[in-house]
Design a protein around this ligand. Sequence first.
Ligand SMILES: CC(C)(COP(=O)(O)OP(=O)(O)OC[C@H]1O[C@@H](n2cnc3c(N)ncnc32)[C@H](O)[C@@H]1OP(=O)(O)O)[C@@H](O)C(=O)NCCC(=O)NCCS
Length: 275
Amino acid sequence: MKQEWEGHAGELMLDAGGTDRSRAAYRLSTLGREHLEAAESLQHTVVQGLQDQTQLSPFSPDELERVITGRGRTVGVFVDGRLMAFRAVDFPGNDPDNLALDLGFAEPLARQAAHFEMSVVHPDCRGNGLQQLMGHAVLELIRARRDVRFILATVSPSNVPSLKDKFALGMHIAALKPKYGGLWRYILLRKLEQRLGTPGQESCIRRGEEETGIVLEDTDRLTACAVPATASDELLALSSSYARQQELLAAGFIGTRLQVTAAGHLIAYRKRDFV
Ligand SMILES: CC(C)(COP(=O)(O)OP(=O)(O)OC[C@H]1O[C@@H](n2cnc3c(N)ncnc32)[C@H](O)[C@@H]1OP(=O)(O)O)[C@@H](O)C(=O)NCCC(=O)NCCS
């Protein structure tokens, strides 16, 4: 199905080197096999420019092919026909790397997951909010699929733009653990409420699940994770203090907001509401 944003065009500020910034027209579109080489080259440029190499786990050639031409989808931003940014989504199905399994979801529910995968923006195009722009496009791709009920993503605790992006897309921190061979990562979750329809339909579906016993435990967990608590419950933790955050998560808190302060990056945790 063709998305409304497909072919969407606009203007951005391009870094022309030094302090020079110039306006340039961009176009948004999904990537296909013909863009594989450009995507690999863009990823290479971005990885080379990273100050902290542990912030990003780049796609292997196979993974890139999977999100562009296989089970995933990838959205790209073009300036003058040149790929300057891309953002991918994967539908992991019963893959053992499905992040829902890290949150303890059972197989049948885990299969309804989508993963927000990597986003990269060429250094010359940063500062235009392209990650967010592509995020909304990717969200539409996910919503178009009837079989997806929630979205998951991993983010390095030190990756501020990426954390801001995930919170802005309605996600919250559900876990913090070493991934990808020992790199610390938040696992973020967003439930797609519209899958369940109106509150009336939702409680009806939940009652049905309770009656049949199907994925009851996971549904409770999913719902609990998705519901924000009252503001007074908020506790702050430094994003660099892994043990403290793991304690909070184990005690039923979820991370909902980033606060950048002189003392460091703070994550606001709120108690999950059990409904
Ligand atoms: C992460 C990335 C995709 C964001 O690019 P972008 O869309 O151009 O992001 P922007 O520069 O518009 O910044 C988005 C937000 O992050 C903030 N930000 C950007 N860099 C920051 C930094 N180093 N420290 C603190 N905040 C920062 C911006 O102020 C902006 O905040 P706002 O929305 O509150 O105004 C890009 O930096 C990138 O390609 N990084 C390398 C690859 C990567 O880390 N990808 C994410 C992991 S998948």
